[in-house]
Design a protein around this ligand. Sequence first.
Ligand SMILES: [Zn+2]
Length: 425
Amino acid sequence: MSTRRRIGGALAATGLALLAVTTPVASAQTGDPARGLYSVEGASTPDKRTEVARTGVDVAGSRGGALTIVATPGQAAALRANGFGLKSLGDFDSMLKQRSGRAGTAAVAGDFPPGDEAYHTYAETTAELQKAAKDHSDIATLSSVGKSYEGRELNLLKISDNAGTDENEPEVLFTCNQHAREHLTTEMCLRIVQRFTSGYASDPAIKKMVDEHEIYVIPNVNPDGSEYDITGGEYQGWRKTRKPVPGSSAVGTDPNRNWDYKWNCCGGSSNSPSAEDYHGPSAFSESETKAVAAFIDSRVVGGAQQIKTHIDFHTFSELVLWPYGYTKAETDTGLNEEEAKRFADVGKQMAGTNGYTPEQSSDLYVTDGDINDWAWGKHKILSYTFEMYPKDGGIDGFYPPASVIPEQTARNDKAVDILINEAKA
Ligand SMILES: [Zn+2]
């Protein structure tokens, strides 16, 4: 799961961290590909998973003891030397190419690869939001929380009765696509938009939720990255933002390690600009996280944060995760026993509707600087991460076929409703 990888500042002691910046070239010695996809055996505890993640590999999927990683030859060698069993699933870049061209037709520049055109590009997503706001102008307004590094609007759709007025109603936030290649999440946000606008006139339960709340949806937190990921109609396997890292040849920061709460505190993100979970040169160094945070900050009205509940969607592994990520402790500063129990109770309730596995974020391994820790730590927002379909993978873990979109987004309808109704609690 993309939300969960790291390398470790604090971890040089393992000796593995030194290998984290290994240049990604094919290894003549082992024949391992420049970027190999592997399943890892022997990572059955949080400490073991943390050890794997801290080598700087890209942890693509994680469920129970089974990790799927993208690793350079150096990283693969380091893991093997430390006793982990690595099963090669193939050359990641070849698999990306193959995945991009499986329909055997030429790609259309600017669109998803052949067969996946049902996924929405940034322009298509923007058009859908404009249409929703136009067709349902009484209950939907489109604005922006700011611009991405490359100048794209970070679209914000508000859905509520009297959407043009800031009413005194509990607010709910849904964010998608912090990680570029997790395109299914953008479809998830569009599903929420479609349900709560088109369904308003005909579905009394939808109408009640819309009338009694202010629902905010940000479908593309990282539009530069998601557009880059489909460059030339081929998938690039890109995760991060697109802003060059100052003083480095590397491009991109992991937006979900860039939030300003316990940022870079605990070895839950990488100090290496080339790593997939690089935390950035400073907290909120990225335009995108800074803009979304400023929007959330702006929802403090009369001293009270109006946004009560939040889901940040990711792929993949089918998990419902809650804070804190930076510590394995269930309670810590700003999160007492009663609050931790509420996170778990609501998380389990939501997981009961979609069949995901509910757990505290750090039950997998420690991450720092993520959106959930910030939203709770600073604003006491009941903030979750959903890792969507599939449960495990494979290349299709990153890029499931467009045919799964309807089922895998509708799968979260009930959980979304629970989250909305919890905003009143
Ligand atoms: Zn992610």
